[in-house]
Design a binder for this molecule. Structure first.
Ligand SMILES: CC(C)(COP(=O)(O)OP(=O)(O)OC[C@H]1O[C@@H](n2cnc3c(N)ncnc32)[C@H](O)[C@@H]1OP(=O)(O)O)[C@@H](O)C(=O)NCCC(=O)NCCS
Length: 119
């Protein structure tokens, strides 16, 4: 598995990859800066064994004091399953059409659980 905060230019060779970008305040009318979950991808043959959830958990651990936002529905995958994947991880409706949010307070709790010194 690998975690990357910057876009990758080549298709990942690892079985799973997760990426996020920091977005400027005001994007989609969100007040503060937030992490945009660009991609959580697990290769066929490695799916449904918890890797995707683990990658997402590790991304969220790195969000610091910012929210995380995602637009489920990419890759031609069923929207209902993708939404379930994110909601199971703690994302909820954002009030913006098509966007789910992992709120800042949850991230702070998560970071505190992982490393109180860095929260
Ligand atoms: C979505 C994805 C990252 C999940 O990875 P995973 O390792 O299989 O996930 P986990 O084993 O941790 O969790 C299983 C859950 O993932 C979701 N999932 C699994 N396979 C999926 C697929 N082909 N399409 C959409 N969601 C899928 C489902 O919510 C599933 O739970 P369910 O069986 O109750 O429906 C993986 O299926 C994938 O890479 N799909 C294609 C890319 C994608 O849709 N990425 C998310 C949008 S950015």
């Amino acid at each position: 598995m690998s975690i990357c905060k910057r876009p990758v230019t080549e298709f990942p060779i690892s079985p799973g990859v997760a990426e996020m970008d920091l977005m400027a305040p005001g994007t989609f009318d969100f007040e503060g800066a937030f992490w945009w979950i660009c991609r959580v991808f697990v290769r066929q043959g490695h799916r449904e064994a918890g890797m995707g959830s683990e990658l997402l958990r590790r991304l969220l651990e790195r969000c610091g004091s910012h929210c995380a936002v995602v637009a489920p529905g990419g890759y031609g995958a069923p929207m209902k399953r993708q939404k379930r994947f994110y909601k199971r991880a703690g994302f909820g409706e954002s009030g913006r059409e098509g966007l789910l949010i992992y709120p800042r307070n949850k991230i702070i709790e998560l970071v505190a659980e992982v490393d109180p010194g860095e929260a």
